[in-house]
Design a protein around this ligand. Structure first.
Ligand SMILES: CC(C)(COP(=O)(O)OP(=O)(O)OC[C@H]1O[C@@H](n2cnc3c(N)ncnc32)[C@H](O)[C@@H]1OP(=O)(O)O)[C@@H](O)C(=O)NCCC(=O)NCCS
Length: 169
């Protein structure tokens, strides 16, 4: 069972050490810096559209999770935020929606499953019934990761370029 008690330190496949912890207000500059380092492709797959800069409202949301509704974790290596993942409760449903982003150089090192497993364990512990995510149909890495974690993968009724992945918790 993955650790839900944050913070915790993990060693990745290539030997890098990362610290997983909840986000805080002081991470604001770090989130902006991480966004600047993201490739256009990663920005596109995360936000499903081209995004040249991170809108202030999204940044505010990221560093001010609402207790009992949102949960946001970051992976830190040295001074750099190298990954982040969040879920947020969906209004009117016993469900939450996740999102995850890693810096491009930190793909395929085992960090993504670690962040997702931590999110899932936390949501389960919080009593949320379902976790879902909207993923571009072309996003093979996210869809494979979700499948490996037990998510179903279904077409989005409104948009054939998007899939909805879902996991009963
Ligand atoms: C989605 C993301 C977090 C996955 O991270 P990752 O480190 O590549 O994840 P993994 O290494 O666990 O790879 C997941 C699976 O996809 C495969 N994969 C990775 N990159 C791939 C690629 N470019 N094409 C096809 N398959 C790929 C891996 O081999 C693995 O498959 P396996 O389980 O059969 O071995 C990362 O790609 C990312 O940050 N992307 C930008 C943001 C984004 O798309 N977020 C998702 C929407 S919220």
């Amino acid at each position: 069972m993955p650790a839900t008690d944050l913070p915790f330190q993990a060693t990745l496949r290539d030997g890098h050490q990362v610290l997983l912890r909840e986000i805080r207000e002081a991470d604001r500059p770090g989130v902006l810096e991480a966004f600047d380092h993201l490739s256009d492709e990663s920005r596109y797959t995360r936000f499903m559209g081209s995004m040249k800069s991170l809108p202030e409202a999204l940044l505010d949301d990221a560093v001010h999770p609402v207790a009992g509704r949102d949960f946001v974790i970051v992976a830190v290596a040295g001074d750099l935020l190298v990954g982040g993942a969040r879920y947020t409760g969906i209004r009117g449903r016993d469900a939450c929606e996740f999102a995850i982003t890693l810096l491009d150089d930190w793909h395929r090192l085992g960090l993504a499953p670690l962040l997702m497993e931590t999110l899932i364990a936390h949501a389960r512990q919080a009593g949320v019934a379902l976790m879902e995510g909207y993923v571009l149909a072309s996003n093979r890495a996210m869809r494979r990761l979700a499948r490996r974690l037990g998510f179903s993968d279904a077409p989005c009724p409104d948009d054939s370029t998007v899939r909805i992945v879902a996991l009963a918790l």
